[in-house]
Design a protein around this ligand. Structure first.
Ligand SMILES: Nc1ncnc2c1ncn2[C@@H]1O[C@H](COP(=O)(O)OP(=O)(O)OP(=O)(O)O)[C@@H](O)[C@H]1O
Ligand SMILES: [Mg+2]
Length: 241
């Protein structure tokens, strides 16, 4: 693939005595959405944490825009233009929605045009601006988490299971918002178990199992092949819609 934005080559990560990532090879092309699928415990979140520098790879290479970033401290990786929305969202409950947004804006003042765009993407951000984030519903918190990650333009955003625990209507709203974000020049690496959401947004897909990537290809190919889904993930589209 010509000049990808992010590549992991043979990445191993240990957590204490546990050998979690066992040679991950992953390519994220520039632009669009790359989806990372895999059963529970496959190593998807560990992969995102390793990219973000929260875990140090014990072996292998991570390149962002051609530069080696494996083992670089998290703040430097963030400054290079990578944002991360963790599984547990990282929202400050005691602060208002507005204060949560303010903390995410490293440049201090908001870019007014960008903030209006984000409020249009995620209406609850505007509605609950003065409310403590702790009073938001799960779906609204998830929207706030994504909104925080994109308050400044990012080259790459890593999002860990944004649909988790959300009602179908909220999943639809989140899918629409991420679809709009995809149209900007931000590249998205999306971990998602909701196959309907993954296939609606994804351009490419990688499937992990036991700490490795066991399949990489076009999302359209996997979406159209129930047998391949069954083989790779032990699930079918029907049961996951
Ligand atoms: N802090 C930790 N200490 C020990 N083992 C861990 C730790 N974090 C993760 N693991 C193990 O690493 C493996 C991969 O976990 P990871 O969270 O990356 O999986 P995942 O693919 O994100 O799963 P899920 O879909 O359930 O979120 C699992 O077996 C998990 O138990
Ligand atoms: Mg996970």
């Amino acid at each position: 693939m010509a000049d990808p934005l992010l590549t992991l080559s043979g990445v191993h990560t240990h957590i204490g005595p546990y050998h979690i990532l066992q040679g991950v090879d992953l390519v994220v092309p520039r632009g669009g959405v790359s989806v990372l699928l895999g059963r529970n415990g496959a190593g998807k979140s560990t992969t995102l944490r390793t990219i973000m520098g929260l875990l140090k790879p014990s072996r292998g290479e991570i390149r962002f825009d051609g530069r080696l970033i494996g083992g670089t401290p998290t703040p430097a990786i963030s400054r290079a233009g990578i944002a991360y929305v963790p599984e547990n969202m990282g929202v400050f409950s005691d602060l208002t929605v507005g204060e949560n947004m303010q903390l995410a804006a490293t440049q201090g003042a908001f870019d007014a045009t960008r903030l209006s765009w984000i409020k249009a993407l995620f209406p609850p951000i505007a509605t609950f601006w003065e409310k403590p984030a702790g009073t938001l519903s799960g779906g609204q918190k998830q929207m706030l988490a994504v909104a925080r990650a994109i308050i400044e333009p990012r080259r790459l955003i890593l999002i860990d299971e944004p649909s988790k625990g959300l009602a179908p209507a909220i999943v639809t709203a989140m899918t629409r918002a991420l679809g709009e974000l995809k149209e900007t020049d931000t590249t998205i690496l999306l971990v998602e178990q909701n196959f309907a959401m993954a296939s609606a947004l994804g351009d490419t897909v990688s499937v992990m199992d036991d700490g490795r990537v066991v399949h990489a290809g076009d999302m359209a190919e996997l979406s159209g092949d129930a047998g391949m889904q069954e083989r790779l993930m032990g699930l079918s589209l029907e049961v996951h819609q």
